[in-house]
Design a binder for this molecule. Structure first.
Ligand code: PGA
Length: 260
């Protein structure tokens, strides 16, 4: 399986000019790297200006795709400020991040909302990067049941045939963003990956549980990315801050490309 490296730009950068610069620099490198798939998830407002296609009307460069950071759980209607799956698809979006911990926190997204979003996106043939992860790693291992609930509730009542487009991003909240204590340890991510696959096995059966890519996210940078990919038992990375600095992100991409 090719490693999947996803850039989550969050609410950055603050101008289209800067967005275009980061995108074109990343594209230069990403389009050459044949052993990995790169997905860039910019803010909605920039999506129509960032084209992975080689030329106008051309198809997307197959190893570089555009993703969205969120979507709404209804197809159409009076929902001020929301963005639908159809809108995303019309702009060539292939991937969507659902249930990021920052949305769970600041937009009060519950597992039930995350489930509706996951469902509508998968039913409309988008690849869903479903984010899960505990707030803290307690010694009584309650975090395991927290993670389990996020997955089982997030995937509730979704037909198995749609799970082929599911990707799980394990992002322990304490390891994400500027206030993170540190990144997780690859050996702990490895164990969590096994745990996640067991849950997927109970939800979706053997075939899905074997094939679903698991990503790690949380303070990934150019110094630890390789270690996660080599020793974390994961199939890719979800990168926040380090994806906005294209020089650093290029290093992450190039290192990933050397591992098959
Ligand atoms: P970070 O963010 O790499 O800046 O820690 C990761 C994420 O929240 O997806």
């Amino acid at each position: 399986m090719k490693k999947l490296i996803v850039a989550n730009w969050k609410m950055n950068p603050n101008s289209l000019k800067k967005a275009k610069k980061i995108f074109s620099e990343t594209k230069k490198t990403a389009s050459r790297l044949k052993n990995i798939k790169t997905v860039i998830c910019p803010p909605f407002i920039y999506i129509s200006n960032l084209k992975p296609a080689r030329r106008q009307g051309g198809s997307q460069i197959s190893n570089l795709k555009i993703g969205a950071q969120d979507l709404f759980w209804k197809d159409k209607g009076s929902y001020t400020g929301e963005i639908s799956t159809a809108m995303l698809k019309n702009f060539g979006v292939k991937y969507v991040i659902v249930g990021h911990s920052e949305r769970r926190k600041y937009q009060k997204e519950t597992n039930a909302i995350v489930n509706k979003k996951t469902k509508i996106a998968l039913e409309n043939n988008l690849k869903v990067i479903l984010c899960i992860g505990e707030k803290k790693r307690d010694s009584k291992r309650k975090y395991l049941s927290f993670v389990k609930e996020e997955i089982t509730e997030g995937l509730r009542d979704i037909q198995l045939k749609y799970l082929k487009n599911l990707i799980i991003a394990y992002e322990p909240i304490w390891a994400i963003g500027e206030r993170a204590k540190r990144a997780d340890k690859p050996e702990d991510v490895f164990k969590m990956g096994i745990f996640i696959r067991k849950i997927i096995l109970s939800v979706g059966g053997r075939k899905i549980s074997k094939s679903v890519p698991i990503l790690y996210g949380g303070s990934v940078d150019k110094t630890n990315s390789e270690n996660f990919l080599k020793n974390g038992g994961i199939q890719g990375l979800l990168v926040g801050r380090s994806s906005l600095d294209f020089k650093r992100f290029k290093i992450i991409l190039k290192k990933a490309n050397t591992l098959i």
